[in-house]
Write a protein that binds this ligand. Sequence first.
Ligand code: 6R9
Length: 647
Amino acid sequence: MSQSSIIPVRPEIAEKAWLDEAGYHKLYQQSVADPEGFWAEQGKRIHWFKPYSQVKDVSFAPEDVHIRWFHDGTTNASYNCTDRHLATKKDDTAIIWEGDDPSEHKHISYGELHEEVCRLANAMKANGVKKGDRVTIYLPMIPEAAYAMLACARIGAIHSVVFGGFSPDALAGRIQDCESAFVITADEGVRGGRKIPLKANTDKALASCPNVQKVLVVRRTGGRIEWSEGRDLWYHEECAKVSDDCPAEEMNAEDPLFILYTSGSTGKPKGVLHTTGGYLVYAAMTHQYVFDYHDGEIYWCTADVGWVTGHSYIVYGPLANGATTLMFEGVPNYPDASRFWQVCDKHKVSIFYTAPTAIRALMREGEAPVKRTKRDSLRILGTVGEPINPEAWLWYHRVVGDERCPIVDTWWQTETGGILISPLPGAIDTKPGSATLPFFGVKPVIVDADGKHLEGACEGNLCIADSWPGQMRTVFGDHERFVQTYFSAYPGRYFSGDGCRRDEDGYYWITGRVDDVINVSGHRMGTAEVESALVAHAKVAEAAVVGYPHDIKGQGIYAYVTLVAGEEPSEELRKELVQWVRKEIGPIASPDLIQWAPGLPKTRSGKIMRRILRKIAENDYGNLGDTSTLADPGVVDDLVGNRMNRS
Ligand code: 6R9
C-alpha cells in the first residue's frame, strides 16, 4: 500500500457537511491564532447558568502546571444533556438500546431520559450521596449506565465508571483509590449470550472496601445473587420512592465531572480527572464536526461506557448535541458475524464508530456476513483506539462502506477527553492509516528524544503545544504524578506517550506507544500492571511483559517468567498463571504467550532491558542492538533459543 494513496472527499458528503476544506483551514487558523477568542465563541454551544468572562488560564510549566477553562462560569453537564432539549426534543429519541439478544431493543426519549435521571439523582441523594462524593459505576451496557452517569453529574457527584470486564480486585483498587462510598451495579450483565456476575464480583471487591455504605443494584437478568441487608438496595425500588423533580446543581466549570482509571507505564492505574465545562464543550464540538452530525441522524459508537470513548461519544458528546445515540449491549459476533450490520439496518444507523480490532476480527470472517445486509443508511464510518493498518482501513471502506462512506480515523486518549487528530468527513481527503490533521485549537508538535521540535516531514514523539478545553486537569489525588507523567519529559508541552510521523502533506500517522504501555484490542494495558500481577503468584520470582504484533488484537501480551528456585515449568503452571492474571486484572490482561526464563537480561545496575525482550518477542532477534551493557549476555542466547512460536 503506497502511503501517498489518497481517498478524496466525496462531493455528496461535502455538500451536506458543516465545513468544506477551505472552511476547515480558515477555522483552524483562527483557533490557533486566537485561542481565547475562538473558545470564547465555542463555549456558547452549551448552556451556562452564569456565563464565563474568563476563557483560558493555563500553564504547562513543570513547576506550575494548571489548566482551567471558562473558570468563572457555572453550568451542569446533566442539564445540558437532558433539560435543555425538553423544549424542542421531548419526544425525540435520545437513546436507542439494542440488547445482546436481537429480539430486545427500546427507544428512550429525551423526556424519559430526563425523568429517569432525575429519579435516580433523587434516590442517590436520599441515600446520602452529596456534591463532590465519588460514585463507582460497575454496569453492563444498559441505559441505566447512562442514567447513572447523568444522575451523578446532576447532583455534582463525581462518577468513576469501571469497565464490567474488570475483576473484583481491579474494581476494589479503583473504589479504594477514589474513596467511593456508593456503588451502582447490576445483578448480572449479558454479553454474547453469556452472563457476567457483576453483583458477585462487587461483593468480592467490597470485602476489601470497608468504606462502601450502599450498593444500588439494577435488576437486569433476575439471576440469583447474594444480598447484604442494609447495604444493598434495588435500583427500581429506590427510584420508585422518590419524585422525578430534581433541579440540576449549579456547578463551576472546573468542578470535577468524572474520574476514569487508565493504565500508564508505571505503577497502578491512574485516576484521570475531567472537569465540567471545558470537557462538555469539547466533547460536543468534536462530536458534531468529526462525525458531521446532523439533527435526526442515528449515531452508533460501539465502545463500552467503561472506556473514555463511551463517556465522550456515547453519552456526553451526543446527548449534549441532542443526538440519537445507540447503545449496544452485545458483541460483534453474536449471534453471528453479521450482527453489527444487522443492527445498522434495523435502526437505520447513519454514523458508525468502532475499533480496528473489531474490523480485523470481522475481516477474517470474509465479506459474506457484511454483504448479506444493506447498510444503505450508513453515511460515515469511524475508528478509534489503536493504529489501523491500511489493509483493514481499505476493507472497512470497500466492504462495509461500499466505497461511499468516508472514514474518520480519530486519534485521542483518556487524557485528552475528546478527539485531537482526525479528518472531517466533508473537508479532509483521507489516507488509509493516517489520522490526518488536528482538530480546532490543537497544536501537535513532533519532538526528538532531546525535545527538539522537528519541522516538516519527520518522525518522533507526539506532544501537544498548548491546552484545549477537554484536557484532563490532574491525576485524582496525585497532581505530582500528573506533572511527572505528562509535562516532565518535554517541559512546556503535553507529552502523549505516542510515536508519530508527519508526512510531506502535513498528515499525522500515529505509530504506537513509545512507553511501556501496550494496546491489546484497543485496551490500554501497562506492562507493569501485568508484571505485578504475575509476581504476586507464589511460584513466580520475576516477570517481564512486552507487546508483540498480533493479527487481530493489534498487540498481544508476551510474558517472560522466572520461577522461584525449586519450581518447575509445566503446561499446568502456564495455564494457572494465565488464570491468575485474569483473576487479578481481568480477561483483557491474559498473557497470550508465556516464556519460561531462567534469567532476564539486565544491565549491571539491575534494570531489565526491555528493548531486547521486545525484539525477541517480535521475532527480530537477529538485530538485538548493543548488548554490551548486559550483566550476563548468556541469558539472551537462552531466551532466543527458547522463544515462543507466535503463530
Ligand atoms: C480514545 C482511546 C489511548 C491510546 C493512544 C494511542 C492509541 C487511540 C488511536 C490510537 C492510533 C488512533 N490510539 N486512537 N492510535 N490511531 N486513531 O483509545 O483512549 O484508551 O486512553 O487509549 O490508544 O496509543 O495513546 P485510551
